[in-house]
Design a protein around this ligand. Structure first.
Ligand code: NDP
Length: 298
């Protein structure tokens, strides 16, 4: 029985960050300033704080300016919208990222709508999702764009392939499906109401699982030779060490390995791509704002 390949997202992300760093150096020469990324963190959620800190470090490591704005969970929506407007006007800022989720009293959609679409490096603004849906140049959500990069690196031309995306969220599932359609795949979007998920998945050459349910996609559901991208991040109790937990994806990876051509592991697959693509999007936004062409390597 042959065993599929494990796609090394960590290594691909490191290579992408290197290409971004080269692009940043060239941008500084041409534009006479560094690209800047502003990250807004509301509240004290420990996971969000860790994530924002690591974004800041990686932003600086590729040669960009990092601006962090921490606000208490009690901030009013109007004050947050005022901050977004300041950042929209700030010439040094090419990308604005508001760390989600926001506290319940703040309307997330209103905050996302307030971000200048040209600085919307998360790609969540309806202008960017509309541009993506109509096949135009857009800032695309980082996680699905990272998944597409891994798929193209593994498979080359995706044209004509059957792709099944499990999950229909605005941040992963829907933009992932749009990207695959843009690559001329035949795309099916599955979700919690899908009947007979196993047989839907079994016809796919490409499976992208973005559900948030530990190891729900079983190995035998996967068509032999399919490529599987596992976006899920699920914390489960460790069966070997009592009291410990570990992170698993949405796919039963050990089983799937006997069926797949290639699969992303969790951790070390899609996860590391998200920040690398965020940096890439910031550099792309900086080029567009400066009236410069996007570097080919991105
Ligand atoms: P959401 O909870 O927003 O969406 C989950 C989707 O899965 C929904 O569309 C839901 O369907 C669908 N779903 C739920 N149960 C089933 C089921 N039994 N069968 C089929 N579909 C089902 O999650 P996100 O899209 O935000 O995230 C998905 C996963 O990806 C999470 O584990 C998250 O942690 C991870 N993630 C990882 C990132 C990374 O950097 N690696 C970044 C972002 C997310 P319905 O719409 O019908 O409810």
């Amino acid at each position: 029985m042959s065993i599929g390949k494990i796609i090394d997202g960590k290594a691909f992300a490191a290579g992408l960050r290197d290409r971004v760093a080269e692009g940043v150096a060239a941008f500084v020469e041409q534009a006479g300033r560094k690209p800047g990324l502003a990250v807004v963190l509301v509240g004290e959620d420990p996971a969000s704080s860790v994530y924002v800190r690591s974004k800041g470090k990686m932003t600086v490591a590729v040669g960009m300016e990092s601006y962090e704005f921490k606000r208490p969970a009690s901030i009013g929506e109007d004050d947050l919208l005022d901050l977004i407007e300041e950042l929209n006007q700030d010439e040094r800022v090419d990308g604005i990222l508001v760390q989600l989720p926001l506290p319940k009293h703040i309307n997330e959609a209103a905050v996302i709508a307030a971000i200048d679409p040209a600085k919307d490096v998360d790609g969540f603004h309806v202008i960017n999702s509309g541009l993506l849906a109509t096949g135009q140049e857009a800032l695309v959500p980082c996680t699905p764009l990272g998944c597409l990069m891994l798929l193209k690196d593994e498979l080359g031309d995706l044209s004509g392939l059957e792709a099944v995306v499990v999950g229909r969220s605005n941040i992963v599932g829907k933009p992932m499906a749009q990207l695959l359609l843009g690559e001329s795949c035949t795309v099916t979007i599955a979700h919690s109401r899908t009947r007979d998920l196993a047989s839907v998945i079994h016809r796919a050459d490409i499976v992208v699982a973005a559900v948030g349910r530990a190891e729900m996609v079983k190995g035998e559901w996967i068509k032999p030779g399919a490529t599987v991208i596992d976006v899920g991040i699920n914390r489960v109790a460790d069966t070997e060490e009592e009291g410990k937990s570990r992170i698993v994806g949405d796919v039963a990876t050990a089983e799937a390995l006997a069926h797949v051509r290639a699969i992303t592991p969790v951790p070390g697959g899609v996860g590391p791509m998200t920040i690398a693509v965020l940096l890439r999007n910031t550099l792309v936004a900086a080029h567009a704002r400066a009236g410069l062409a996007k570097p080919d390597a991105l």
